[in-house]
Ligand binder design. Structure first.
Ligand SMILES: [Fe+2]
Length: 281
């Protein structure tokens, strides 16, 4: 079962638990998986959640949800909804119906004034969560095919499976990173966030129960593989991200991915990266 670690925080006083969280039956190592779509194939070996998915026990829910709800940028996953007025504007734009980046570019050129207004609104929302008043990077809008068990891919369009973002770190981070990923679901279907509710530091401590981690110079990928080798039954958390929900996650401090399994339409996400507030008011 899940043990104490990374917390989930959902905005709002009444959390709709139904369908919000699922837990896997551990993970499995997949080798030489056949391509999932015309455009994407998996790395030669990767980890994915092992089925079946199940609902969490009440004890596991207590472990996963923080009380009182306080956001710690290094040990929380925050799921939140865009303001309703912004959702209305985005719905009118119809981005969720688009199939690729090219059609988005066309739409933006046709309706540049509306898009500028929406863009400014989104930046205000993102800015609310940032340290240093604006120290964030807009990563882009990403289109991915539907129905992928895991969604993250590298520059060669190879799907990664469960991973830790390491763009800002080399080797195993000694200090808590505070780079946060903010991702908005602009698609028309619910997608899911997959993650292990343990920080890199916590994972290192768990591996140390089996071997002397400090003596070895693991890369972050090695650390992920070692964790799954020693804890293959540890559940992956699958957290719902509805259209116009966004999440905040310290993606270089958590083993994670996205999932669109079972969907029929293009997955569209808008991603920002930056130094987020440790505490969201
Ligand atoms: Fe990632």
């Amino acid at each position: 079962m899940i043990t104490s670690g990374i917390k989930v925080i959902e905005e709002g006083s009444s959390i709709d638990i139904e369908g919000l969280i699922f837990l896997s039956n551990g993970v499995e190592l997949i080798v030489n998986e056949s391509p999932r779509s015309e455009d994407f194939e998996y790395l030669t070996s990767f980890f994915k959640p092992r089925k079946p998915w199940r609902g969490p026990s009440s004890e596991e829910l207590d472990i996963l949800f923080d009380a009182p709800m306080q956001f710690d940028g290094n040990s929380s996953v925050y799921i939140c909804r865009l303001p309703e007025a912004l959702i209305d504007e985005l719905s009118i734009m119809g981005i969720g119906d688009l199939a690729n980046l090219q059609s988005l570019t066309t739409l933006i050129s046709q309706r540049s004034e509306e898009f500028s207004k929406i863009s400014a609104y989104i930046r205000n929302v993102v800015n609310f969560f940032l340290k240093d008043n604006g120290a964030f990077k807009y990563r882009g809008i990403y289109f991915s095919p539907p129905n992928l068990e895991t969604t993250a891919y590298d520059n060669n369009k190879k799907l990664l499976g469960l991973h830790v973002d390491s763009a800002y770190t080399e080797g195993i981070p000694d200090n808590k990173p505070d780079i946060m990923r903010l991702c908005i679901n602009l698609g028309k279907e619910t997608r899911y966030i997959l993650f292990i509710n343990k920080s890199i530091q916590h994972i290192r401590e768990m591996i140390a129960e089996y071997e002397m981690v400090k003596e070895l110079r693991y890369s972050v990928d090695d650390l992920v593989a070692k964790f799954f080798q020693y804890y293959p039954d540890y559940p992956v958390v699958k957290l719902r991200q509805r259209p116009f929900d966004f999440y905040l996650m310290p993606a270089d401090n958590i083993i994670h991915d996205g999932s669109t399994e079972g969907t029929h339409h293009c997955d569209i996400t808008m991603v920002f990266q930056g130094h987020m507030n440790d505490l969201i008011p």
